[in-house]
Design a protein around this ligand. Structure first.
Ligand SMILES: Cc1cc2nc3c(=O)[nH]c(=O)nc-3n(C[C@H](O)[C@H](O)[C@H](O)COP(=O)(O)OP(=O)(O)OC[C@H]3O[C@@H](n4cnc5c(N)ncnc54)[C@H](O)[C@@H]3O)c2cc1C
Ligand code: SF4
Length: 478
């Protein structure tokens, strides 16, 4: 492991219990590793090769899942890796954090027939981990160098996937990011217990070794305008994600113990990476010993409740205004959270926050709203109170005002503030400027960001006169 990767390895707070648990985990990992080949082959062998690959259709990358499952079942792992890597820049990441129950595994015909899905994500992760171990993941060495350069703004999964695709074809690629580490939400949003940061660092190191330049701590809009970047490069990709947190509007929302989900998760991830975090060390962003209330029902809320459990919270409750069936988060994540002791208050909305308390209203589901989901309505006199030393707001994210931030009013946006693009090429209203990931879709998934990065890279390569391996884009035009 390189020194750079070591920087990313989690160092959570040490206690004797945690050390003992870590030792047990190591023993388990050793035993598991010995049986991993057999387990992966057994899972892969469960695939019926049904011939109607719903799993593949429900994977945003169109991964050739039946093919690599067959190769694993036959023990042809290196070939399985080649098939898997052909459509995905980070299979080991997707295998770990895709909500498979809503994607490939949810569509598996064996799951549909009531026999439990083939664990596609786990096999995908296993294939690429084995490939790294055996040296099958080769360095990036373009056949020819091209003089043209591409500037990518944002080092999240969309930017990183595009960087790899373009560098493979010999373009000079610079990735700009306002953070001090590359990875976007893979590093500072998604918690370490779901995605070890060393996994992301390994991908970033491979890109660096392959000639991709990273300009970190570089904020477009502060350190350079978009016009300046356009003058520097032959094409630009904007992959900046969505970071404007939706606010809580009830009385007391500004109290000191009410914190934003991303601040809370970033602090936890930074501590795991060994950084000094003043707001964590002061206790403000640390759930240890506290009664925690998380407001929201998406995957970010699930990450917050599960992080609070790991930090040693005295109790963790999640307040969501709709019911379980109508929550946006993954049901699998809710089940994990419940197993870990999180209590869900369904059909409950915040009314006010005061010192050490949240007052909430009971809700019922009414007629569908603009999104097509039943709109929650307050039940009169149904209020209740929860004790809370820490309140985490996890109400979702919206795009920042990029045309203003980038000093480029001609950068057209949709009604939702996402960047307007040509759905086939992901080119924005500005010629030669493309966009990918959450800044186009709104808050979405890593796998979709990777897909967009690949689509935009293919369009950029075509524009600049190189071979393009097209993946049809799937972005709704507005
Ligand atoms: C807490 C949380 C948990 C999640 N969990 C999952 C999960 O389990 N599975 C899943 O599939 N998805 C998950 N997601 C969603 C997923 O992380 C995103 O959909 C994905 O990361 C989007 O990729 P992106 O490349 O578009 O943007 P991001 O990952 O957000 O990366 C954007 C990058 O752009 C940089 N940037 C922004 N503005 C500028 C600027 N002006 N100048 C320079 N750099 C800039 C940012 O610093 C960042 O590094 C989660 C999201 C959150 C918030
Ligand atoms: S990328 Fe995600 S959806 Fe596609 S096969 Fe892998 S885990 Fe399933």
């Amino acid at each position: 492991m390189t020194e750079r990767m070591l920087k990313f390895v989690s160092r959570e707070r040490e206690t004797p219990e945690k050390r003992a648990a870590e030792e047990r985990r190591k023993d388990f990992d050793e035993i598991y590793a010995r049986f991993a080949d057999a387990r992966a082959a057994e899972q892969a062998g469960r695939c019926s090769q049904c011939g109607v690959p719903f799993c593949q259709d429900h994977c945003p990358l169109g991964n050739d899942i039946p093919d690599w499952l067959r190769l694993v079942a036959e023990g042809r792992l290196e070939e399985a890796y080649a098939v898997s890597a052909a459509t995905n820049n980070m299979p080991e990441v997707c295998g770990r954090i895709c909500p498979q129950d809503r994607l490939c595994e949810g569509a598996c015909v064996i799951e549909q027939s009531g026999h439990g899905t083939v664990t596609i994500g786990a096999v995908e992760q296993y294939i690429t981990e084995t490939a790294f171990e055996k040296g099958w993941v080769k360095p990036i060495r373009p056949d020819e160098e091209r003089a043209q350069s591409v500037g990518i703004v944002g080092a999240g999964p969309a930017g990183l996937a595009a960087a790899e695709q373009l560098r493979e074809q010999g373009f000079q690629v610079t990735v700009y990011d306002r953070y001090d580490r590359a990875g976007g939400l893979l590093v500072y949003g998604i918690p370490n217990f779901k995605l070890d940061k060393a996994v992301v660092a390994r991908r970033v190191a491979r890109l660096e070794e392959g000639g991709v330049a990273f300009a970190l701590n570089f904020e477009v809009g502060r350190d350079a305008g978009l016009a300046e970047l356009r003058a520097r490069h032959d094409a630009i990709l904007i992959a900046t994600g969505v970071y404007k947190a939706r606010e809580l509007s009830c009385p007391g929302a500004g109290e000191a113990h009410v914190v934003a989900a991303l601040d809370y998760l970033t602090a936890s991830n930074r501590k795991g990476l060994g950084d000094a975090v003043a707001d964590f060390d002061s206790g403000r962003l640390d759930a240890d010993g506290k009664r925690v209330v998380v407001i929201g029902g998406g995957d970010t809320a699930m990450d917050c409740v599960r992080t609070a459990v790991r930090q040693g919270a005295a109790s963790v409750r999640c307040l969501y205004r709709r019911d379980r069936a109508n929550m946006p988060g993954s049901q699998r994540e809710v089940a994990h959270a419940e197993e870990e002791g999180v209590v869900f208050e369904w059909l409950a909305g915040p009314k006010a926050v005061a010192a050490r308390r949240v007052r909430a209203a009971r809700m019922r589901l009414g007629a569908p709203d603009a999104s097509g989901r039943s709109a929650p309505e307050e039940i009169p006199d149904g209020g209740f109170e929860l004790e809370a030393d820490l309140v985490v707001k996890a109400l979702g994210f919206e795009p920042e005002d990029l045309p203003r931030l980038f000093g480029e009013p001609a950068l057209a946006v949709t009604r939702r503030g996402t960047l307007k693009v040509d759905p086939a090429t992901l080119e924005t209203a500005l010629p030669g400027v493309y966009a990918a990931g959450d800044i186009v879709r709104g808050a979405s998934l890593v796998v979709w960001a990777i897909r967009d990065g690949r689509v935009a890279a293919a369009a950029i390569a075509e524009r600049l006169g190189a071979r393009a391996t097209a993946t049809p884009a799937l972005v709704a035009a507005e």
